[in-house]
Write a protein that binds this ligand. Structure first.
Ligand code: 5GP
Length: 175
């Protein structure tokens, strides 16, 4: 399809996203039954996923956000900068880190290491998308929405130079 001059090919439809997030919400609710975990969204990309994921939960939870920057345009710069730190104290808490996508894994590794210093009761990672062919990580992503090929994708929170985040599905951006 075409959107504002971009050529896009659908990888995951809005219906598939909804169905998968409902399943993730069920699984996470079951795992953390009786607890009040704190969900931490990684801005900006995870804001739509986070909003839908927490509304698929049957347990109570708290939320906070962290903002990092590692990308400029469609290429990773390889280094991660902290732009907005957590407001909440996560020591002794069940923390669920919410990412839009794990690509090289550099961002998630940086944030995870940072959080582990605060000694949370547990630290789980949920990522809507995962590129298994290029991710270089030595820990499990506890909950993955969809595994995708190593291509640049947009929509459902994921941007192209800060734009087209608000598309309802996930699309490959054709060059
Ligand atoms: P990583 O550090 O794992 O290489 O990249 C993580 C961050 O880069 C993600 O949170 C996301 O903001 C951005 N990113 C990685 N792959 C893509 C992609 O295919 N599309 C978009 N729009 N952003 C991506």
């Amino acid at each position: 399809m075409e959107f504002q001059g971009h050529r896009l090919t659908e990888l995951v439809s809005p219906e598939e996203i909804k169905e998968r997030i409902n399943k993730l919400g069920e699984e996470i609710s079951k795992k953390f039954e009786g607890e009040i975990p704190i969900f931490i969204g990684v801005l900006n990309g995870s804001f739509i996923f986070m909003a839908d994921l927490v509304r698929a939960l049957s347990i109570d939870c708290e939320m906070d956000f962290i903002k990092v920057s590692s990308y400029s345009g469609t290429k990773s710069t390889g280094s991660v900068h902290l732009l907005k730190d957590l407001s909440a104290d996560i020591s002794g808490r069940h923390v669920i880190l919410v990412e839009d996508i794990v690509d090289s894994g550099i961002t998630i590794k940086f944030i995870r290491d940072r959080f582990l210093v605060s000694d949370p009761a547990s630290l789980s990672v949920v990522s809507l998308l995962f590129k298994p062919e290029i991710a270089d990580i030595d820990f499990e992503i506890d909950y993955v929405g969809f595994e995708i090929p190593p291509e640049f994708v947009v929509g459902y929170g994921l941007d192209n130079d800060q734009k087209i985040r608000h598309l309802k599905g996930i699309y490959r951006l054709e060059q």
